[in-house]
Design a protein around this ligand. Sequence first.
Ligand SMILES: [Zn+2]
Length: 318
Amino acid sequence: MNVKVLRRNCILCGSKDKKKIFNFTYNFIKNVRKSDPKFKYGWEENTNNWIVSCIQCGCAYVDEIIKGEAFEDSEKKKNNFEEELENFYNPINLVSNLHDINYNQSILINIIKNLKQKKNLKLLDYGSGNSEFSLFKNKYNISEIISYDPLYPNNINDIFKRLKIASKAINKTNDLDNEKFDIIICQSVIEHVSDPNSEISNMKKFLKDDGIIYINNPYMNIKKDLKNLISAKHIKKEDHISCYHIDHINYMMPNIFLKLCKKNDLQLINFWQIFNGTSRNNNFKDTLRTNINSLIHYILNCFGIYYKKQHFFLKLKK
Ligand SMILES: [Zn+2]
């Protein structure tokens, strides 16, 4: 098998000192996660890698990222992409995903609330996938949306045009020259990238002085979840420990993630984040619960406690 292994030092402090925490084995991925490690990642039966913990700073991350040939089959991915996008923007599917769309709208409203300027906004969707934020372009006076995703095929703008997606797509940030944005959104990305520090510093380059970067960093407390993870026979999507799979390579706790932001001269904006809907059921009870939780987060954050924090609204340190 033609396997590429990317070996990493600590993603926060760069140290090589680490201890092993959890082993992703072929068996775990196939039988517990019900995924196909051979087809999806090109893994052989003896392939495995570890979530490790940095001895110097405590950051948890995967130190060896293993990509087999199957993963490199990007042509296949590109051919599927147009179809996936078409499905996503099919009105019937949009309606059944309304809870996710409402949830994203809440994120955007919360960003705009914190911006000084509210009109003619420029938005960069960093790791944009379906470019969901383009749905809000007219509603919120956004003058320009750039959707950046390194996985986009080169004909992505033809696809966007055909599907009437209100955004310009790019697959390299070099194409941006000196453009600056009021809003940069980075959702479901940071846990996947091989160098989160360089992605954050890249985002910062494109941020206006008064702009806001929003990053969600999922709460994954490996030390607490380890026992459940090791004893799990089958992990379902709705299970709390379903966030542990080999596509996720960075397991930064909130305090670790904030240190990474600080390293890039970004500071947290603390406010009561209001949600108009949740990403799950979108019923009144869930929305109320989410808003009460976000109020508790706001209060805890005032005291420098970042318990289970996942939403990070950041501005340049002045
Ligand atoms: Zn470290």
